[in-house]
Structures are given as C-alpha cells and as structure tokens.
Design a protein around this ligand. Structure first.
Ligand code: ZN
Length: 108
C-alpha cells in the first residue's frame, strides 16, 4: 500500500505555486501535489485534497455524481421540546436567547 495520494483537485496541476514546479531546466511542469498520509489525514477528505481550493474544485466538477452516492430524497427531522425564549439584560442593552433542546423521548 502506498503512503501517499495525488491530490484529487481537477485543477491542482494548473495552480501557479513554486512547490508544484518539477522537471529539469527547459522542460519544467506544474505537477499535482502529493499528499503524504499520516495519522491526522488518513481517515478524512484531507487524504485526497491538498487544500480547500482543490476540494471545492472537485465538488464543482463532480457534485451531481458525489451526491448520487447517498441521495437525499426526503427531509429529515430532529424532535425538539418547545423552544424556551428568555430575556437577558445588562446596563446597556437587552437581548433574547432561545434555547432549543432535543426531545430524547421522541428520538428513534
Ligand atoms: Zn491540490
């Protein structure tokens, strides 16, 4: 098993950064970044993307196909208790907080 992945950003190799420059003088290229796998990225998307930018590019290009893996055809709901609105104030102003708690008795 390999200890790295190539970044999956479809335009990774087109971004102008010096760390992507490879090759000998006269035939230089911009190369896709290599992502070294470690304990912090191995079980997440960061094993496949070198940056948020590359991850966003991937989503832009493949969103329809990605969502097809786990389509959401209906909304989901979390049962809650009736929200409690409370008024707070200090010397300068007042504000309201609304506390929302999950109704564990209706949790499936
Ligand atoms: Zn990348």
């Amino acid at each position: 098993m390999s200890d790295f992945n190539w970044c999956h950003g479809p335009q990774c190799h087109e971004k102008h950064t010096v760390d992507r420059v490879r090759g000998v003088k006269g035939s230089k290229v911009l190369r896709t970044r290599k992502i070294k796998l470690n304990q912090w990225n191995s079980n997440s998307q960061w094993a496949f993307f070198c940056s948020n930018h590359c991850q966003n590019d991937f989503w832009k290009e493949y969103a329809t196909q990605i969502v097809a893996i786990a389509p959401r055809t209906e909304c989901q709901e979390t049962p809650i208790n009736d929200p409690v609105k409370t008024r707070h104030s200090n010397n300068w102003h007042s504000w309201y907080n609304t506390e929302i708690t999950v109704d564990e008795s209706r949790q499936s």
